[in-house]
Write a protein that binds this ligand. Structure first.
Ligand code: SIN
Length: 360
C-alpha cells in the first residue's frame, strides 16, 4: 500500500470510530430519564457579596438555565431542561404561583416524554409548596422539591449537590408513587411530613417524630419507608379549573390573647382560620366570642398547635363536637392552612373536612 492509501485508510478508520462513539453517546442519552427543572427562586438561585456571605445575600437572582449550566454533571444523569415559573424569595410565595406551578406540573407529567420533575425553591416556604403539590399533582411520576441553605457564591454551598441529587431522584424508579418528595442534605423527606426546623443550618429539614423516607448514599437513593397518608392520584383535589383558592389565615395563641386577630381575619373575609393553639391546640376563653362570631359568618375553624409536633386530640383540649371545630391531626399550622384551603374548594362542612384531615 502506498502512503496515499494508508492515509485514506486512516481517515476511514477515524470516521468509523467517531461514528461509533457518537452512536454510543446517543444510545446512552436515550436511556437517561427526561427531567424538567422548574425554578421558582430562593437561595439556591441566590448570590452573596463574598464567598463568606451566608446571611444577608440576595435570593432569587440566577435564572434556571444558569443553574443547570453550573452543574454540568446533571447531563450525565438525566436529559434536563429548565423552565422559570417565578423568581422570588419564598417568603413571597402566593396561592397564585402555587396554582400556576401545580397546573404546569400536571401538564408536564401528562406527557410520555417527561419522567420526573425537580422544583427549585426557597427553603422558607418549601414545606408548604411540597405539601400543596403532594395534594394536587395527578401523577405517580416523581416530583422533587429542592433548595439550599447557602447561596451558590458561598464556600461549601449546598445547592449544586442538592440539585444534582434531586435530579437523580426525579429520574429514579425508586421515587415513583412516593408522593411529592423533598431532597436536601442527602436526606429524602415526604412533602407532607417535612418542616424547616432551624433558621440557618444545612440540616434544617426534618420530619419531627416521623423521620425521613430515605437517604442518598453516593448517587443512589435508598428508601426505608413510605407515607401512609393519601397523596397525588389518591386525593380528591383538582386545581385544573381553579383560578384562586379560598382565603384561609392563621392566628397564633399566646398569653393575654383577646381574640382581636380572629375578629380582624373575619372582617377581612377569611373562609377558614387555623388556630395555632398552645399545648394540645388549646384555645383561650377570651377567644371564644370572636370564634363563635366568625363561625356565624360561615368561617371554618381548624385547631392546630404552635408546638409544631404531636397529634391534636379531637375533643381533648376543646369540645370539637360542640363547637364544630376540626382537629388538624399532626399537621403544623402552615400545612393545616393548605389542606383547609383545598378542603374548602369541596365543602364547608366541618365533619367532612375533619375526615379529610384524618386522611391526608
Ligand atoms: C427563601 O426562602 O427564598 C430564602 C431562604 C432560602 O431559600 O433558604
Amino acid at each position: 500500500m502506498n502512503r496515499k492509501n494508508y492515509l485514506f485508510l486512516a481517515v476511514i478508520c477515524v470516521l468509523v470510530f467517531s461514528l461509533q462513539a457518537v452512536c454510543l453517546a446517543a444510545e446512552k442519552t436515550d436511556t437517561l430519564p427526561n427531567v424538567k427543572i422548574l425554578a421558582t427562586g430562593g437561595t439556591i438561585a441566590g448570590s452573596g457579596a463574598t464567598n463568606t456571605t451566608t446571611v444577608g445575600y440576595t435570593a432569587a437572582v440566577t435564572p434556571v438555565d444558569a443553574l443547570i449550566n453550573d452543574v454540568p454533571e446533571l447531563k450525565k444523569v438525566a436529559n434536563v431542561s429548565g423552565e422559570q415559573i417565578s423568581q422570588i424569595a419564598s417568603e413571597n410565595m402566593t396561592n397564585e404561583v402555587w396554582l400556576t406551578l401545580g397546573k404546569r406540573v400536571n401538564q408536564l407529567l401528562a406527557q410520555d416524554a417527561i419522567d420526573g420533575i425537580v422544583i427549585t425553591h426557597g427553603t422558607d416556604t418549601l414545606e408548604e409548596t411540597a405539601y400543596f403539590l403532594n395534594l394536587v399533582v395527578k401523577s405517580n411520576k416523581p416530583v422533587v422539591v429542592v433548595g439550599s441553605m447557602r447561596p451558590p457564591t458561598a464556600m461549601s454551598a449546598d445547592g449544586m449537590l442538592n440539585l444534582y441529587r434531586a435530579t437523580i431522584l426525579a429520574g429514579s424508579k425508586e421515587a415513583i408513587g412516593k408522593g411529592v418528595l423533598v431532597m436536601l442534605n442527602d436526606t429524602i423527606h415526604s412533602g407532607r411530613d417535612v418542616t424547616k426546623t432551624i433558621t440557618d443550618r444545612v440540616d434544617t429539614f426534618r420530619a419531627p417524630e416521623i423521620g425521613p423516607l430515605g437517604f442518598f448514599t453516593g448517587d443512589q437513593p435508598v428508601f426505608y419507608r413510605t407515607s401512609l397518608r393519601k397523596h397525588t392520584t389518591a386525593t380528591e383535589f383538582d386545581i385544573n379549573q381553579l383560578n384562586d383558592l379560598p382565603r384561609v389565615d392563621i392566628t397564633y395563641h399566646y398569653a393575654n390573647n383577646t381574640g382581636v386577630v380572629i375578629e380582624a381575619l373575619t372582617r377581612a373575609g377569611a373562609k377558614g382560620i387555623v388556630h395555632a393553639g398552645t399545648g394540645n391546640g388549646s384555645i383561650g376563653k377570651a377567644e371564644y366570642p370572636a370564634i363563635e362570631a366568625a363561625q356565624k359568618k360561615g368561617v371554618v375553624i381548624v385547631r392546630s398547635a404552635r408546638v409544631g409536633n404531636g397529634i391534636i386530640a379531637r375533643n381533648g383540649e376543646a369540645n370539637d363536637d360542640k363547637y364544630n371545630f376540626v382537629a388538624s391531626d399532626n399537621l403544623n399550622p402552615q400545612k393545616a392552612r393548605i389542606l383547609l384551603m383545598l378542603a374548602l374548594t369541596k365543602t364547608n362542612n366541618p365533619q367532612e373536612i375533619q375526615k379529610m384531615f384524618w386522611e391526608y
